[in-house]
Design a protein around this ligand. Sequence first.
Ligand SMILES: [Zn+2]
Length: 179
Amino acid sequence: MIFSPLPGTPLISQGFGQNPDLYAPYGMAGHNGIDFSVPEGTTVYAPHDGVATVKDEGTSGYGLSVTIEDSKRKSVLAHLSAAGVATGQTVYQGDPIAKSGASGNATGPHLHWTYRIMSGGAVQNKDNGYDGAVDVTEFTRLWLDQDLHHDAEYTDDAKAYLAMTFASNQYLDNPNRTA
Ligand SMILES: [Zn+2]
């Protein structure tokens, strides 16, 4: 199970697959992740266990990002203002790992989350038009009453999760989580 990197009810400002024209120059069929509209400095939590990699692309691309990878999945959390973990560090789901920001190629403060499925050390679905990125909302149960539909498509199973409601303190037992 994967959880939201943000507490509460995050607002999705750009869905997976949105704005194909904008991403065509990058060789993408559309937005290859999801964007949360959050103020700079918002605490970002690990959506799943894994080993962290911190990368700083300066004012281009993802800017400051933290990647978390284990044998089955890889998340990139991008446009950060600060990283709270170091490259090579093992993190656990719910650990605070960063502060959101507007670094890199970003029009304003937001958190970008790209999600890929891994197997045998390799990204799966590499030729899906998104360099293997998939719509993480199909794998989460974090979505409360948000409008996540945009141009994305959802499986029937995923749609059931979109309607799921639960208390904000119900989805993680990690003692490190403060919100
Ligand atoms: Zn984005």
